[in-house]
Each structure stands twice: as C-alpha cells, then as structure tokens.
Design a protein around this ligand. Structure first.
Ligand code: SF4
Length: 876
C-alpha cells in the first residue's frame, strides 16, 4: 500500500469536536484520498465512518458556484456591493442593533474573528451568535460560573488514564466515535469502568458497566445526591476545598434536593455513588444531553461541584470534559462568536475589556451589552426588529427549535444574505443574496477541538468557479462599508497573528486563553503549525489547567454553585403525553448537506424515524413500520415508527438530520419548543412535549431510481444509493393512475413499463426500462410496503426476472440495512454469518466479514447484534 504520510497534506476532519487529523491527497481530478493522520494527538490515525467517507462528499454536484441575487446569478462585485449597501442603509436608518449575523461552528477561527470584529467593533452591535448556542452555551456558562472563565480543564489523555469514565447525556459511540474508540482501548488496557447516564439506551451503553436511564432533565438531582454522598462518606478533597468557595451552600442545596425525581433504582444510584467516590481517577464526559436543557447551566455546575469538592480536577486521569459537537465550536467560543462574549474570553459587560478590544482594533464603537442569542435573534427577525440578517454556513430554518416559525421569520426579514457551499438548503432557498463559499477541503485556517488543541485546516483543492473563503467575503463587505484599513487582510495567517496578539492582551486581564506565543508566526510557520494545545505563551505550552489550583475568579478560587433540580420547561399533559428527545445518528452530520451525498453513509439509516416503547406503541395502535405523526403546539412531523425498548415509556426519540430537501414532513425541530436555559440561552432540544398518533395513509410506496426523484406526496424521504436513489413514500389521497404518477415521480415520460396492478387491493408494482436497462421501480401497497429494500437499492443490478416480487432470488440474498459503512456489510449478511459459522465475538465477525475492522464505529452495534442473537438462542 502506498505510504500517504510522505506526500499527503495534513488537515482536520470538518465534522465533530474530536478534531481528528486527516491526511489528504488530491487525485488530480477534483477528488481526494482521505486517511487518518497517525501523528495527530486527537486520533492517532483513527477515523470514524463519517471521517472515512469524507472523500465522497467533495464533488461539485450540489455546489453553489456563483453569487445569486433574488435567484439570478450575478458577479461578486454587484452581490457584495448590495450586501454592504443594504447593511449600511439599515444601520443608518434603524441603528446597529437592527442587523445580525448568525454564524456556525463550521467556520474556521480566522473567519469567526473577522465576523466578530465586523459586527462588534465596527457595526457596533453584539448581534452575532453562532449555532454553537445550540451546542455548548450551557457549558460556557457553567465553566464561567465555576472557574471564572470558559476553561476546559481536561485533555483527551485523561480518558486514557482514567479508571472510571462517566458519560452524561453523551452517546459518545455515535457522536464522538474516535474518542469512544479511545475509551474502548483504555478499557481493554486498564479495565476502565464506564457509567452511562442517559434517559435512552444508546450504542454507548453496550460497553457500560452501569446505565442510569434517568428521567429527562433530572441530572442536577443525581449529581446533587452524589455531592451529599461525597460529603457523607468523607471523600471531600479537604485541602483542595481551601481553593474554592461555596461548598457549604452547594451542599445545603444538594441536601435539599430530591433524588427520587430521577426515577432511578436506588440500588443503581448507590452503585454509581460507590463507583464514583471509590475511584480516584474519574473523568466525567458530558455533551448535549446536559447542555440542551432549560437547566443546562445548572447541570454543568452540578457536575463541576462534584469534581471540585473532591479535587478530582487538574490531575492526570481526572476531571470534567465537555465534548463539543462541531469542529470549531471551541474556536468560536474563544474568538467571541457568541453574542455574550468578546474575543479571547473577554467580557462584553466589562468596560476595561471593551476598551482594550476597541483600542486594539482602533474600532469606532463597541457594544456595551450582550447581543441577541440565537432564539431571540430569530424572534427579532420575525417581529421586525432585525431588518438585515446574514446567515453563514448553517441552516436555521431546519435546525432551530420551532423551525417553522424560524423559517417564516427568515422569509419575513427584509434582507437576508446566506453564505454557503450549496443553494440546496431550506435556509438558502429563503435568501435574497446567496454567496458561494469555499468548502472544507478548499479552506485554510485553524480550528480548536474539545481539548483545546488548535489544528490547521489546509486547502488541498482549488475553490471551484467563483467560490471564495469566508474571511475574504466578510473583509470585502467590511471594506465596502467604509472600514478599509481595518479589514485589509491578505491571508488567514495575518488574521491569526492579530488574534494571537489580542489573546496576549486578554491574558493581562487574567484570562486563560492566551496564544500570544504564536503572534510572530510567519507565513511558512503558520502553514507548518503542528496541532498545539493552548495556552501557548513564551513560557507555557498546553498542559492541564488547575494543576496549580489557581482559578480565574478575582480571588483565584473556584466556585461551587448551589443548584437544585428543575423540571423541563414544558410539562406533559393529556394532549401532549410524550417527551421528545432529539439527537444525532452515527453516519450523518447536521442537516446532511455533506454526509447526505454519500451513498455509503446514507445506507446506515436511510429514513427518518421515531423510536417508541412497545407498550406506548400498542396503546396508540401503532405497528412496526407504520408512519406516525408527532404533534406539538409548534408544528407537526411525520416519521417511521421504530418500536423498541431503547426508550422508556412516555419518551420518544427522533434524529435531527432530515430537511425540506430530503424529507420535508420529517423536520423534527418544527415540533421542538424554543424554551431556553435562562443563563446560557441554550434551547431545550431533548425534552419537548408532544403527542404521537398513527398516520393514516391511503397508500404507502417504495421507489428506486437511477436518477433523483421528484416526489410530491404527503410523506417522502429520499436518499442516495450507489446506483441512484431510493425513496419511501406515502399519501393521504387515492391515486387514480399509478403509471402516470410514477412517470412524474421518475421523470420518465416515455420509458417502457412493466406493471402488475390490482386496483381492488390497492397494490401496484411498476418497473421502467430504457435501452433494455432497468432504470426505476415503484412498489405501492395499502400497508407499509414489504419488499427487500437493500436488495432493490442495488438497481440496475437487480435482474428483471422476478423484480416485481420485490424479493431477492436465492442466489442474490438481501444484505439488509448497512451496519458497517466502511465495508458495506448489511445486517442480514452479519446475522447469516453468525448463524452459519457460529461467530461468538465482534473480532470473529471482523475476521469473517471485515465488518468493524476499519473505523470501528459499528462495533457497538455488532456487539448488540451478537448479544441479541445469543439471547434468542438461549431462549430457544
Ligand atoms: Fe471526524 Fe469522526 Fe473524528 Fe469526529 S470522530 S472528527 S466525525 S473522524
């Protein structure tokens, strides 16, 4: 095999906050080879299924290649002048707070720095917020309250050295798979114990010693109880407590709390407390289940209280570790991408901090108060306070709670600009001006991952057609608005140097974020920058915070916060008896603008779904594979029911990824209430109240096609396959002529058709051929269609003979839904191999089928499949 390390370019994966290093090698034809970087400290060569499939997402088929104004392609000059003029006019007429930027954790730090400088220093408003508000804002608030600044104390190496890892509200196996693989390696090497705290049974539970399926939102009560047990058992870090304030108040609050609200088995609670107090090296990893809550900030502080009370922080193998959702969520926090912060962790409400940043930028102005956070920003767009909005690399018309209201607000905003790599997003379709931005493999800059490691993202492909880097677009608008010299940058390296100098000024105010040691990097040194954990000063490089027991409050001490459990903001009631949990899938990313292009990734779970408990399904007369309607006061979504006990009674789970482009009636954030944490402003995306009812379809359909289809029915979900597309369909109105409907769906007015129809039974099966080759097929039934989908998705390989039966011939078995994306191995193939060869372990499956031997993302599912097979055998 060719040694790529010698000639490949080192860069960073653009998906989750693990921040894996990748080696990129262009193929000369617009494509890439992507492998894990063995020298990157985050992943040491590993990649998950998403990272491994990056090369499949760099094609130009969906790219926005030229600016568009009102849907018409135009030149950059006209588009940028229009943006600058409309923002300037709006500010002149209505003041700086009448405009807003909504940006993204996909931005590189240099892009973020310019957007923040333009809005806060020159426009003079703090109305810039990032989609990290939906991801990390509660952690930022918790860190600031406990430590005095937004400091991540721990590192990934702590996972390697811990004896107990507690995952709170984190499906690490699917959402941060390479860290999970790192945890599995530590478990194998040193027997690390694992506790998962999550209302739902997830893939991360498969290797856990203990799963605590607590009532949604009750984490504070659990960690408060732990604090009381730490006290009762005398496990306080007594000397360490002299470096903190607030222990007595926090303990009093904890003692007043009610552990029974967790709904957990008292024995399990006791086991958890025993494990936690009895283990010195404890790492608590937390993520969206903690953050996305109306008590998210308090949950973070409840966790931090336990670590601070025991001194389990600032030492190898110890500490709280928040894992960020996006590649540069951390960079956005550092650079001031949130509406309530200045750059370099400086505080917007602090006059000295404001003056320092203003002087440094020679800025004409600086806002004195926080700007609008994401939820409030779109409310302000909806009620007319925001009159010009610029959305950069994010899709709020899908991803924000109460997404229909957000979509309407963007549509109603007098002037909306969207910068993106594609015009095919729900938000881009609402833009007055669309600006083509460079994509991941074309961009140059830096990102910061969850453990403070700054890595270079390096350009290896030329930006296609008219696409431009975000920092460049923003600078051009800044110059056209009249601030010529302030935005006269020639390169990301120049921006980074300025940012590094500003961090040194911030450090003089006692802030943690200091990369002043990189202030003098020349272009070549910036280009060659190795992954580097901050702080980076003349005297310090990386390491672990708080080993010296010095915190960032004025007195140098940490604070334990008195917190008490609060239930989620919305209450269940007879009309809305279920709590809806939302989250990510293993092989998809956000609103699928990139991962949705990969047939391999799409094959894992190709349709939006709702997990519902068997007893709840029975009570609602919902059968397996039925479609269900999820209602809330804010909207409605239609999803496929998956009946299983991974969710407990009264709770349902749906993934977040589907959009108006891929499954218009399955945009789950339409039903999520825009209730926010009062401290952090982060929405509660995991505990909205909903009702679930069976969707009464007149007919159901399944279609495969060599070309993208154009469905128009009430429910559809389309995804790519290796040879075309597949789609699930359903409608409420009878269709009088299936052949005509199919021709419209497939765009095949003249293709030859073979049809079997039984109008009386409501059954139709149609196959279309062109030049003797099968190009499309449609299966219609009054019940959910029972055909071998994964076999049919191999069209045009499907032989004509027997095609309309929808069943695979004996010599072409249906592989089943893809479980191992790397080697394209389906569930049925694995089950057959387990049965035929008596496979007893994940390793044995790997030897027989290769499944699970590359990225390892599917190993928890392989283990679960084995366990269920073995259970079934034992029961027989
Ligand atoms: Fe990318 Fe996967 Fe690594 Fe996350 S864990 S950075 S998605 S390769």
């Amino acid at each position: 095999m060719k040694d790529l390390t010698a000639c490949a370019t080192r860069s960073t994966c653009p998906y989750c906050g693990v921040g894996c290093g990748v080696l990129l090698q262009p193929d000369g034809a617009g494509g890439l080879t992507v492998t894990g970087d063995p020298d990157h400290p985050a992943n040491q060569g590993r990649l998950c299924s998403k990272g491994s499939a990056l090369a499949e997402t760099v094609g130009l088929s969906h790219r926005l290649l030229a600016p568009r104004v009102s849907g018409v392609e135009t030149g950059w000059d006209d588009a940028l002048q229009l943006v600058a003029d409309r923002f300037s006019e709006t500010i002149t007429e209505h003041g700086p707070d009448s405009v807003a930027f909504y940006v993204s954790g996909q931005l590189l730090t240099e892009d973020y720095y310019i957007a923040n400088k333009l809005m806060k220093g020159f426009i003079g408003s703090a109305n810039i917020d990032t989609n990290s508000r939906l991801c990390m804002a509660s952690t930022v608030a918790g860190h600031k309250r406990a430590f005095g600044t937004d400091t991540v104390p721990g590192t990934y190496e702590d996972i390697d050295e811990a004896d107990l890892v507690v995952l709170v509200g984190s499906n690490l196996a699917w959402c941060h798979p390479v860290l999970y693989q790192r945890l599995m390696a530590a478990r194998q090497a040193r027997g690390t114990k694992i506790v998962v705290i999550d209302p739902r049974r997830t893939a991360s539970c498969d290797s856990a010693d203990l799963h605590l399926p607590l009532t949604p939102g009750s984490d504070v009560a659990l960690f408060n109880h732990l604090l009381t047990q730490i006290d009762a058992r005398g496990f306080m870090g007594t000397e360490f407590l002299t470096h903190t304030n607030g222990f007595a108040e926090a303990l009093a609050s904890a003692q007043a709390d009610d552990i029974t609200v967790t709904g957990l088995d008292p024995d399990d609670i006791a086991t958890f407390c025993e494990m936690w107090t009895g283990t010195e090296k404890v790492v608590t990893i937390f993520s969206q289940g903690v953050n996305q809550s109306t008590s998210g900030s308090d949950k973070v502080n409840a966790i931090l209280n336990c670590h601070l009370a025991t001194g389990r922080i600032g030492k190898p193998g110890c500490g709280p570790l928040s894992v960020t959702g996006q590649p540069n969520a951390m960079g956005g926090r550092e650079v001031g991408g949130l509406a309530n912060m200045l750059a370099c962790h400086l505080d917007i409400e602090n006059a000295d901090h404001r003056a320092a940043v203003r002087d440094f930028w020679s800025a004409p102005t600086m806002p004195e108060t926080q700007g609008l956070k994401a939820v409030d920003m779109f409310r302000a767009a909806g009620d007319g306070r925001i009159k010009a909005l610029w959305v950069i690399h994010t899709n709020p018309a899908v991803s924000m709670p109460e997404a229909d209201a957000v979509r309407d607000a963007i549509a109603a905003c007098p002037f909306t600009v969207v910068s993106d790599i594609t015009a095919r997003t729900d938000t881009a379709r609402l833009a007055d001006v669309l600006l083509p931005a460079s994509a991941w493999a074309e961009k140059d800059g830096t990102v910061t991952n969850s453990d403070r490691t700054i890595s270079r993202q390096r350009s290896v492909l030329p930006a296609p057609s008219q696409a431009r880097a975000d920092w460049d677009i923003l600078c051009e608008v800044g110059r056209r608005m009249g601030w010529t010299s302030a935005f006269d940058y020639q390169s990301p390296a120049e921006i980074f140097r300025e940012y590094a100098v500003l961090s040194g000024i911030a450090a003089r105010f006692g802030k943690d974020f200091d990369i002043s040691g990189l202030s003098d990097l020349n272009a070549a040194e910036y280009d060659a920058l190795e992954p580097t954990r901050w702080p980076i000063t003349a005297s310090q490089q990386g390491g672990r915070f708080f080993a010296d027991r010095q915190f960032f409050h004025a007195d140098g001490k940490a604070r334990l916060l008195p917190v008490i459990w609060r239930s989620p903001a919305t209450k269940t009631e007879p009309r809305y008896p279920f709590r809806l949990n939302t989250g990510r899938l293993r092989d998809q990313w956000h609103t699928m603008t990139r991962t949705g292009l990969s047939a391999r990734l799409s094959a894992h779970l190709p349709e939006p779904f709702l997990d519902i408990h068997p007893k709840d399904a029975r009570a609602g007369q919902i059968a397996a594979a039925d479609l269900v309607e999820v209602h809330s006061p804010h909207g409605k979504a239609i999803l496929r029911a998956r009946i299983n006990a991974d969710v407990t009674r009264g709770q349902v789970f749906a993934p977040i990824h589907w959009t108006g482009e891929t499954a218009p009636s399955a945009r789950i954030d339409t039903v999520v209430a825009a209730e926010v944490d009062p401290i952090s402003g982060q929405p509660e995306s995991k505990a909205s109240v909903v009702n679930v009812t069976r969707f009464n379809a007149a007919w159901y359909g399944f279609a495969v096609s060599a070309r993208e289809m154009s469905p128009t029915c009430t429910y559809w979900a389309q995804s790519p396959t290796k040879s075309g597309f597949r789609a699930e369909l359903a409608g409420t109105d009878p269709v009088p002529d299936w052949q005509a409907a199919a021709r419209n769906l497939f765009g095949l007015p003249d293709a030859e058709v073979t049809a079997v129809e039984d109008a009386g039974r409501g059954v139709a099966r149609l196959a279309f051929h062109q030049n003797g080759q099968l190009v499309a097929a449609l299966f219609i039934s009054p019940e959910p269609v029972a055909v071998m989908r994964d076999y049919l998705a191999t069209l045009p390989q499907v032989p004509n003979l027997g095609l309309l039966s929808g069943r695979a011939p004996a010599d072409m078995p249906d592989p089943g839904p893809v479980l191992c994306s790397c080697f394209d191995v389906g569930v049925n193939t694995i089950l057959t191999a387990i049965e035929t060869h008596g496979l007893m372990s994940v390793e044995a499956i790997g030897e027989a089928l290769q499944a699970g031997t590359n990225c390892g993302s599917c190993r928890p599912e392989l283990a679960a499949l084995l366990a269920s097979t073995q259970q079934k055998e034992a029961a027989e």
